[in-house]
Structures are given as C-alpha cells and as structure tokens.
Design a protein around this ligand. Sequence first.
Ligand SMILES: CC(C)(COP(=O)(O)OP(=O)(O)OC[C@H]1O[C@@H](n2cnc3c(N)ncnc32)[C@H](O)[C@@H]1OP(=O)(O)O)[C@@H](O)C(=O)NCCC(=O)NCCSC(=O)C[C@H](O)C(=O)O
Ligand SMILES: [Mg+2]
Length: 293
Amino acid sequence: MNDDARAVRSVLYIPGDKPRAMDKARGLNADALIFDLEDAVAVDAKADGREGIVAALSQGGFRAMRLVRVNAADTEWADADLDAILSLPADALPDAILLPKVNGADDIAALARRLDGIDGAGSVAIWAMIETARGVLNAASIADAPGMGGFVVGTNDLAAELGCRPGQDRMALMTALQLCVLAARAGGIPCIDGVYNAFKDEDGLRTESAQGRDLGMDGKSLIHPAQVDPVNAVFSPSEDEIALARRHIAAWTEAERDRKGIAVVDGRIVENLHVAAARGVLARAGLSEGNAS
Ligand SMILES: CC(C)(COP(=O)(O)OP(=O)(O)OC[C@H]1O[C@@H](n2cnc3c(N)ncnc32)[C@H](O)[C@@H]1OP(=O)(O)O)[C@@H](O)C(=O)NCCC(=O)NCCSC(=O)C[C@H](O)C(=O)O
Ligand SMILES: [Mg+2]
C-alpha cells in the first residue's frame, strides 16, 4: 500500500436523503465521504436517497474520495441501488462502492461481476464493511479478493451480532479489530475504524481514534462534520513525530556515510526499517526530507 492510500484519515457518512448535508460535505476537510443508502436512510426514503446521491454525484465538486454505501446484496433494495449508481456517466461514477455485511470473498466477486462491463466502472473500487462475525473470520480472503479497495469496520453491527458490550476500552471488540487490521495489511488495503456514536463528545472521540490509530487503523469513520478536524489531527503525524523522523533519517544518513548498518538515536537503534517508517511519517505530513516546515 502506498502513502497516498494510507491518507484516508477521516471518512464521513452522509445520509443519501439529506441534500443539505451532501452540499455541506463539499466544503469539509474529510478525506473520504460515504454517501449512504443503508442504515442512515429509512426504508421509506430509499428512493429519495438514490435520487439524492445521483444528483449530488452528477453535480460534482467534491474534493474528497467518494464512496457510495449500497444496501446489502440480500435486501430488496440492492439491485435498484446499484442500477441507480451505475447508470451515472463514467465521469460522475463514485470512486468506490461500499458493500455492507460482507461475509466472504464471494460477496466481493458477485459485485465485481456486476461492475464488469459497465462503461467506466473499471476504476470503481469495491470497499467492504466488516461487521459480521463471519466477515471478521473471513477478513483475510476478503482483503485478497480482486477489486478490493479497503475495509470499513462496522463496530455497531458487530457488537450487536456478538452480543458483547464494547465499553470505553473496546476490549470486547479487540480481537475483531486486530483481525481486520491484520487482514487489511496482508492484503495491502486501508482499514478504517468504526464510528464513535456520541458525536458531541470530542474528548471521547479523540481517545477512541487514538486507540484505533495505535492498533494500526488508517482512519476513522464519522457521522458528524464536527468529528472531521479532531480525527484528522489524531491520524496526522505530530510535531514530535516529525522531528524524530528527521533525526532518524539524519542519523541513518551519517551512519551510511561511515559504512555502518545501524545508527543510534536517544539510546535506541535505528535500522533501515525505521528509516522507511520515518520517510512514511514525512510523506503523510506532506513534507519532503529536505523540507524544513
Ligand atoms: C447525528 C445526526 C443525526 C445529527 O444531526 P443534527 O442534530 O441535525 O446535526 P447538526 O444540527 O449538528 O448539523 C449541523 C450541520 O451539519 C450538517 N450535517 C449533519 N450531519 C452531517 C453529515 N453526516 N454529513 C454532512 N453534513 C452533516 C447538517 O446538515 C447541518 O448543516 P447546516 O444546516 O448547513 O448547518 C446527523 O449528523 C446524521 O444524520 N449523521 C449521519 C448518521 C449516519 O450516517 N449513520 C449511518 C452511518 S453509521 C453506521 O452505519 C455504522 C456501521 O454500519 C456500524 O455497523 O457500526
Ligand atoms: Mg453497520
């Protein structure tokens, strides 16, 4: 996975039947937007949602990556959702279709077949919601499925199916979260953490986002615009991390000049893998090695 692919820190759900929210999203700093037809849209509003998303994507003007979450394949809305989205002209198609309740690689293959042959849909990736027990257990083969672009973990659905109580430390979900990250890393795709439901609690959001970041998540899925900036901050390298990255690179460069295979910074060894990580930190901060700010 390249550094661009990792830069999906904030991923905001927008209900497809709320045109005002979709308008607002054009001016937000979210890295990706999920135009939702599934759980954010009531049963009676599914048709409005499709119409709204088609209109918004046709109008364009979104800087962020655009995903459309359709209803799950076994629902009565799935076909109409895909028909509506895939009828868009090639230049208005979303960057990805996000498929909920993915249980196995077969679900991805079925959607890939559907995309195959649609004009312009070759560039539409498939993202998977990992939010069922079966999906978590099959995460590795799902991540490896052709066409896969990334995972979004659905912690609400998962907790409901498991009958667990995640609590503040999310210990009850830890195995599942880690399996998702492991599978995504092995498959070379990004993994986006679940939503933080208490959208007015910024401290709680920051704490849970930092936990996800430390587990290896690339970003967090969000439900309200006020969550975007705090989450971007948590998933961006801090000043201290940038300064340390520069020192690692400088020490390594000097060690190489002296024909040494190892450098030492603050009493800790620095090897070439640490230097690769340091370069990744600078790339994610939008800095080059020679760039001071
Ligand atoms: C959570 C909300 C219901 C809160 O709504 P509300 O109280 O109306 O918000 P505000 O009045 O604070 O809104 C202020 C302005 O921001 C715009 N807005 C609100 N939400 C969004 C959004 N998500 N994207 C873009 N813009 C948004 C409002 O339009 C206001 O704008 P303005 O009028 O111009 O000032 C609401 O935020 C909401 O509906 N959020 C989305 C909920 C959602 O998408 N849920 C489904 C996804 S989560 C999920 O499915 C979990 C997963 O599958 C799992 O299993 O875990
Ligand atoms: Mg869900």
